[in-house]
Each structure stands twice: as structure tokens, then as C-alpha cells.
Design a protein. Structure first.
Ligand SMILES: [Zn+2]
Length: 376
């Protein structure tokens, strides 16, 4: 039996909550984690129509990009919009899960879906997050004790690197030391310089495991006072972060890119707006799903020919376009750009369900949740 908690866990593996902005509220925010699930729905916004559809389709879990409870809620009343949504979810037996800025930042998330819809290749984040922090423990141990020490360090959480564990490096060398009065040396004697064939042992560890790994080192190392040090790795850019930058296979006029974008997006009343020269040749493109005002300058600095985002306001857009090296701006309806991610999230759940042999139905809602309903 698949539960709400199981599906939430699959989604959090793909879109780690740690990638969410500090102000965000992601994850399971309504419903029973232990309830069984046979149908999962996906939508951009948890609106009345989207929740009614989930109930009508017999879904026990609704996954949306936007949070249901981002700001404080001080009452749950049927005569208020948020209360009405929470009550409809609970009464319909539908749990709600949100993957928001974590799904923006993650590899395979909202921005990768937007980049893929435009056919961008060689993509990288517009503003990259660093790789997960990592440390290396270096120590020196008599050669016959090296394997037992590595076993103890691995048991304490050291040596995990991507899809590998027990990652380590050893190199032979000679250790020297002189036990002082009062010492109780494992090898050698007080007052005599000792030379020992040792192995230099290097092993990676996550910073959170440092205390456990050092305690394991002290317990497993044969020496009374083992020598060791711990190094922090330089923070390198990861494949996760805000927005994406990539290149088109062939340069196209900005107007043609806007038409392709409009064709790839769900239909909206607002359509795609273009700022700048529609005839400009575009090869390098930045994309950022959702509201992109705050990354205008990052897009200009990235040297792109076009910046695709949403919710651009008059002043930030005008001021950016006044720069001689400004990109063309393509302003897309916020929810339409993010809807491109829904099939990817659905595929994550379907793949995990298939891998566990669970029978699970999924659907992507086609309800348009754009607040702008007409254009004159
Ligand atoms: Zn959004």
C-alpha cells in the first residue's frame, strides 16, 4: 500500500526541501501522511477548481507548485477563501503537497522544464547554488591497522561520495615521533625517536558527521594520540540554483523565439510579451520560471540575448532595457511557464511507483489558474 508519506518522500528526493528559499513553505501541509494513495494529481495552484477536480477524480494527494499556506493563517472558515480550500481538501480526503522554490532550484525542476521546452542545450544555473558541503579527514596509521580504521570511519558515516560509499585513498610513508615521559605508546618507547611504516588515509565526510567520525577515529586508531586533520572543500557551483542559461541549436529572431514559447505554453489570456528588438538574433537564452524581476541584472551579466521570465514590472524592465548590452525580454504568464514542470513531477512519481510495484494513477490538471482571464 502506497501512502501520502511515501509519495511525499519520492518528491522530496527529487526536489530536496533544503533547496527551498528560507521564506518558503514546502512539503506536506494538509492531510494525513499515513493515508493510502491510489491517485495523485498535479497542478500549479491549489485553487477551488483544482481541489474540486482532485475530489471528483478520486485523488488522495494533490501536488502543486505554489504553497497553500505560505502566509500565516489565523482562521479556517468556510466563508473565507483559504479556509474553504483547507476544508474542501480535508472533507474530500485529499492531502496537499507543495514543491515550490525547491522545485525551481533542483536539477530536473521547473527551470530545466522551461529550458527544455525552448530546446536549450548546455544549460547551467543562472545563479548557481554550491555543491553540498564536503570535508576530508586525513590521518596516519600503521599499515596493518589501516583497513580496520577505514571500516570504523565508514561505519561512522565517512566515505560517501555520490552513488559510492567507502571512498578513500591511502598512500605509504614513514611516521616519526618520540614518546615523552608519561606517554603510553602503542609502538616504541619513551625518550626514543620511533620510525613506523604508516599509511596516510584520506576519507571524505559530510560536515554533519564530523563529530561521529572523529570519535570513531579516536576509538579505532591504535595510537594513544593519533595525528589527524579535517579540511573543508572549496564550494563549487552545482547544477542546482535559480534560473537556467543555455543555447539554442540555431540563432533565431527574438520574435520567432516568442512564438515558439507561446506555442509550448498552455494557452493564456495574456500571451507572451516582448521587450526590446523583435528582430534581434537570439542564441544564448536565460529562463526563470515565476517572477523574474530580481534576476534581470543577473541575466544581463550572463551575456544572454534573451531573458524569459514572468511578472516583469515597468520600471525594472525599462531600466534594464536602457543598457546597450541588455537582453530582449520575454514576459510569460507566471503559471503557464511553471505548468511545463508538471509532467516532469508526474514522471518522478510514476517512475518511483513503477520501481516499487505500486499501482498508482496520476494526472496533470488542465485547469488554467492564471488570474488574468481576458484581454481587450
Ligand atoms: Zn510561481
Amino acid at each position: 500500500m502506497t501512502t501520502v508519506r511515501d509519495v511525499a518522500g519520492w518528491l522530496e528526493d527529487a526536489y530536496p526541501p533544503a533547496l527551498a528559499e528560507s521564506w518558503d513553505r514546502v512539503g506536506l501541509d494538509c492531510g494525513d501522511p499515513d493515508a493510502p494513495v491510489s491517485t495523485v494529481g498535479f497542478a500549479v495552484d491549489p485553487t477551488d477548481a483544482v481541489v474540486a477536480e482532485a475530489v471528483a477524480r478520486g485523488a488522495q494527494l494533490l501536488v502543486t507548485h505554489h504553497p497553500l499556506l505560505l502566509r500565516g493563517l489565523h482562521a479556517v472558515r468556510r466563508d473565507e477563501p483559504k479556509g474553504r480550500l483547507v476544508m474542501a481538501l480535508l472533507a474530500g480526503g485529499v492531502a496537499h503537497f507543495c514543491a515550490h522554490t525547491n522545485a525551481d532550484a533542483a536539477a530536473g525542476g521547473v527551470n530545466d522544464a522551461l529550458a527544455a521546452a525552448l530546446g536549450l542545450t548546455e544549460t547551467r544555473p543562472l545563479t548557481a547554488l554550491p555543491e553540498d558541503p564536503l570535508r576530508t579527514l586525513v590521518t596516519y596509521v600503521p599499515e596493518p591497522d589501516a583497513d580496520a580504521l577505514l571500516d570504523a570511519l565508514a561505519a561512522a558515516g565517512a566515505g560517501r561520495l555520490g552513488r559510492y560509499d567507502r571512498c578513500s585513498f591511502t598512500h605509504p610513508g614513514q611516521g616519526r615521533f618520540r614518546p615523552l615521559p608519561g606517554a603510553n605508546p602503542h609502538l616504541g618507547s619513551v625518550g626514543e625517536v620511533e620510525r613506523v611504516d604508516e599509511r596516510r588515509v584520506e576519507v571524505v565526510l559530510p560536515p554533519g558527521a564530523t563529530g561521529r567520525v572523529v570519535a570513531a577515529l579516536l576509538a579505532a586508531h591504535p595510537y594513544e594520540t593519533p595525528a589527524f586533520h579535517v579540511l573543508d572543500h572549496a564550494p563549487l557551483d552545482s547544477a542546482r540554483g535559480s534560473g537556467r542559461v543555455g543555447v539554442l541549436p540555431e540563432p533565431v529572431p527574438a520574435a520567432e523565439l516568442a512564438r515558439r514559447l507561446a506555442a509550448a505554453l498552455p494557452a493564456t489570456a495574456g500571451g507572451v510579451r516582448l521587450g526590446g528588438d523583435p528582430g534581434r538574433s537570439v542564441r544564448k537564452v536565460a529562463v526563470l520560471g515565476g517572477a523574474g524581476d530580481s534576476f534581470l541584472e543577473a541575466a544581463r551579466r550572463a551575456g544572454v540575448d534573451a531573458y524569459v521570465t514572468g511578472d516583469l514590472r515597468h520600471h525594472p524592465a525599462s531600466e534594464l532595457l536602457a543598457w546597450p548590452d541588455a537582453p530582449v525580454l520575454l514576459d510569460v504568464p507566471h503559471a503557464a511557464a511553471e505548468a511545463l514542470w508538471l509532467p516532469a513531477a508526474e514522471a518522478v512519481v510514476a517512475a518511483r511507483a513503477a520501481a516499487t510495484g505500486a499501482s498508482l494513477a496520476t494526472y496533470v490538471s488542465s485547469i488554467d489558474t492564471d488570474p488574468w482571464t481576458a484581454r481587450y
